[in-house]
Each structure stands twice: as structure tokens, then as C-alpha cells.
Design a protein around this ligand. Sequence first.
Ligand code: CTP
Length: 405
Amino acid sequence: MRIVVGVGGGIAAYKACSLVRKFTETGHHVRVIPTESALQFVGKATFEALSGNPVQTGVFADVPEVPHVRIGQEADLVVIAPATADLMARAASGRADDLLTATLLTARCPVLFAPAMHTEMWEHPATVANVATLRAHGSTVMEPASGRLTGADTGPGRLPEPEEIFALASLLLERADALPRDLEGRRVVVSAGGTREPLDPVRFLGNRSSGKQGYAMARVAAQRGAQVTLIAGNTIGLEPPAAVEVVHVTTAEQMGTAVDKHSAGADAVIMAAAVADFRPVNVAAAKIKKGAHEPNSIELTKNRDILAGLVQARRDGQLGGLAIVGFAAETGDEHGDVLTHARAKLARKGCDLLVVNAVGEGKAFEVDNNDGWLLGADGTEQSLDHGSKALLASRVLDALGPLLR
Ligand code: CTP
């Protein structure tokens, strides 16, 4: 695919280098178009070397090639990172005073803005209006991350990490469409990752869930406008998604407590976590040693089912019209195939939607891509095409939207 990476003049311009790299490493043709002020932060030679293509900022280089029209027309995706307040203002008002803004005017492909600026600038009514205009024009403007800005100050306005921009960009290529802002004003709780049930201070019973699918659910929901709380079990190495509140837990019991707390007043709960069904009855206070008191078995007790608890609480009228989404990881066995087990699970659990993944060697767990089926309590069944975990998340949210009260 032909990707244009537009770079605005902000300190986060250095992160555009990693983004360009990600696109070239995944086989895309990349053309970098910085603004003149972006080159104050990162040299032209860096972008030329990383992209393998010439870099220019103005419309008067290479004139016979008509680059100010052609680059935009031929692009499959334009990503602006960092998108500064000034660059978004110029783009929103349709200016074409450099190669990048001219390209934005001629592009008919998906356009993704990854903003980066100080909190005051992000929250200024002028920027708020420009972001709304860009979205109304069909562009996807990401929610920035919160955290350390250029100086000692913190707040929303940090450029989302290159991995996250890349994930969203890939999603736009897969969807071939802008991300809808259909979850604005909604509160969504997502659980992710595997829980760990301790045996002693160094050992635990765990599972292979990496948390990637749950993180993708949280990330895409936040970028569709939802206020998202992510209850994360074991998710080593995953970057917290931009504009998402992350609550870290370890055990199934802690996850249950956190989900209960945050689901009060929420519009939807998405249980993507792999919650341990059992935990050891006894947790040794000191490390279990070889020798005289070697255990030869582990006695287990059942954990409560968090999802079933939510469904019950809703039946009891405690959770209003909360929409509830469950996940099922199935292998199929002599009693039935994956879908037979999944249909039974949907009926047993009583949630509104069940996302079904077939698991096994190299499938669903730990990998970056996924596929499966989406079963609705109303009997609808939809297959979820193979693609990134963000794409699967997006399809689930497409189905969840109409179920929100
Ligand atoms: N789940 C939960 N609490 C548990 C176990 C599971 O909330 N103690 C949720 C998971 O987050 C997931 C769904 O239930 O959304 C299905 O999980 P799964 O382990 O596949 O279902 P189980 O009911 O445990 O069925 P199985 O007998 O297949 O393990």
C-alpha cells in the first residue's frame, strides 16, 4: 500500500521515525512529507533514509511531476503524526500552503491524525472546533494519550505511541473507512489478560492469555469516543492504550471486585479477560520447598463467574440497561465443535454478545491476528474475518452500538 506519513512541527516528530519504520518493515511504500517546521526537529536525511524516498516540504520541487496533486491522489492512507494544533487548523480550513496540506486536500483515502500538543492547546475551543471539522470531513482524529509532555507538565496531549498509531492506521486500511465516533458519551468497561492465582510468593496458576485482544477492544472503543476503563490482568509488555484508564489486578477475585466497582453506571462491559475458574485453596506464605513437606497435589476451589454475576445483577435490576459481552475460547471436542460449545455457553452465560475464538497452536492466544464468530442473544451469528485484533474489536463494537440503551 502507498502510505503518506505527514509530520508536523512538534517535539514528538522524532516518534514519526519509528512509525515510518513500522510501515516500511511491513512492506508498505512510504512517502514522508514533513512541514518546514518539522525539519527543525528531525532532519530530511533521516526521513529519506527511513522511507527510501525523497522528502520535500514545498510545492515547487519536482514541478513536472505535479507532486502536490499526485501524492495525495495515489495514497491509500495518509497518517499525520504528530498533528500539531497549527497543522490541524490549516487542514481544517482547507489551506494548501505547503506540500502536506495540498496532499490532504487531494487525498480521497482514509486520513488519520495523531495529535500532539500541550493540554491547553488541545482543550482550546479553536482546536476542539478544528478537530470536529476534520472529523466531519471524514478524517479520523485520534484521542491523544495522557502523560508527560515536553516539559515537566502532564495531561492529555501526548502523541500516542507509534505502535498504537500503527494499529489504528492498519485498522483504517482494513476497514477502508473512518472510525465512527458512535461511542461518544458512553462508559465502557473492558477486562483483558489472564488472571494469576498464587500458590506461594513465587508461583501461580495462570493461562496463556496475552491481553492483546482486550487491549485492542479498549483502544478501539476509546478511539470511537467512549470513556473506557480497562481492568488488566497479566498483560506483560503491552503499552496502555491512549485515553484509557487502566486498573491493574492479579487474581480473579481482584478482577471481580474491580469489574463490579466500575460497571456501576457503565453502558457496556466487555469481558475479554481469561479469568481462572479455580484457585488454590491454600496459598503458602513462604516458598514451597523440596524436602520433608513436599505437596503432591494442589487442592482447588472454584472462583465466581464474573460475567454470570453481571448478568444476574442486571436481571435483579441493579445495572440498568448494561450491555454485556463475553468471550469464549474453545477447542471443540468429542461432544461437539467450537460453535456447538459456544452456542451452549451463550445460553448458559446469558450475555448479549459472545465473541468466539477457536484456540489451539498459534491461534488467538499471544498472536497479533484473530478471527472467529460473533453470536448474539437474539440468535444472530456472524463470522468475524481474519485480521488484526483491532479489526475484530471494531466489528464487535459495530454490533454492540445498537444494543446500547
Ligand atoms: N469468565 C468470568 N469469570 C470466570 C470465568 C470466565 O467472567 N470465573 C468470563 C470470561 O471473561 C469470558 C467468558 O466468561 O468472557 C467465558 O469464559 P470461559 O472460560 O470460556 O467460560 P467458562 O464459563 O469458564 O467455560 P469453560 O467450561 O469452557 O471453561
